[in-house]
Design a protein around this ligand. Sequence first.
Ligand code: FES
Length: 122
Amino acid sequence: MTARLVVCTTCRFSSEEPVDADGLSGGQALLKAVVTAVEATGANALQVEAQACLWACRSHCVVYLAQPGKPAYVAGTFAPTNDAAKTIIDFARRYAASFDGAVPYREWPEGMKGRFIARLPE
Ligand code: FES
């Protein structure tokens, strides 16, 4: 079954700057990195989507992960980088493959730890 990975496109690039030198927001940069990483890894269990503002702006950059029958997660404070994208995808693939949406803590990529904002009922 396919999980939705929604990336906020309007998140700031950094605490100091809303966009990078090319005018790209942090969310746009992270989305670009996520799409590239998904294509490179063939992570076909993920449907990547873009949405402006997930209302967790203080914790930029923010993503939302959901799949029917499982709790959804909001996570943030990611840097808009390829490494962060790979971390997010790694966790998202484990989530998609899980029975009930619970990924054992020992399997969490290091970069996901401390970044969850909310766990939402299914
Ligand atoms: S701008 Fe990204 S959560 Fe609001």
